[in-house]
Design a protein around this ligand. Structure first.
Ligand code: 5GP
Length: 186
């Protein structure tokens, strides 16, 4: 695949998952979601809910492979803690634009690490009386799990490395890398 020469030797990351692997897996997940939700043909039954900002690249590619009427919404959350450890204290900084009562929700996340963030989010969304909630996460780091989280649609299981790219950042940088990289020695 041609594109900008991102993987420059002086950048602080190495490639873990290529753009092609991401594209292939995302297409598979979209196909699976299409099959699972095929009975929902109403215009506003299924909501694909992206968690800002990390999920945006994944979500924009994923929804192109969901061959169903869905509507898109976003929620922004911030997690207190230092750069690499989530404390479990989560704040909603931008809420959904529409009620999700009675809707089938597919939450799209970038990564489940300790599980605190998504655990909080799923519990919060459940209080809003949706018909169902499923979780789709691009990445999962099972070695770091502190909360049990059921991931219904998973892109990749990764080792305990701090990753960047394809939506994931370090201090707001590198979200636009077309692949997932990791920071050696981080
Ligand atoms: P958790 O609450 O599951 O520990 O953390 C979830 C959030 O922490 C993710 O949504 C993401 O913003 C951030 N995070 C966790 N692991 C990584 C990582 O390896 N790289 C980056 N860039 N962010 C991460």
């Amino acid at each position: 695949m041609s594109g900008p020469a991102w993987n420059r030797i002086n950048e602080p990351f190495s490639q873990l998952i290529s753009a092609e692997e991401i594209a292939n897996r995302t297409a598979e997940l979209g196909k699976q979601i299409t099959a699972d939700y095929a009975q929902f043909t109403g215009n506003a039954d299924v909501v694909v809910l992206g968690v800002l900002k990390g999920s945006i690249l994944f979500m924009s590619d994923l929804v192109k492979h969901i061959a169903l009427p869905v509507y898109l919404d976003f929620i922004a959350i911030s997690s207190y803690g230092d750069a690499t450890t989530s404390s479990g204290v989560v704040q909603i900084t931008q809420d959904l634009t529409r009620s999700i009562e009675g809707k089938h929700i597919i939450v799209v996340e970038d990564i489940v690490d300790t599980g605190h963030t998504v655990d909080y989010l799923l519990k919060n969304l459940a209080t809003r009386m949706p018909a169902s909630i499923k979780l789709c996460s691009l990445l999962h780091k099972p070695e770091r799990a502190e909360r049990e989280v059921k991931i219904d649609y998973l892109g990749f299981t990764i080792p305990n490395k701090f990753v960047v790219g394809y939506g994931l950042d370090i201090a707001q940088q590198y979200r636009n890398l077309p692949f997932i990289g990791f920071v050696p020695n981080a």
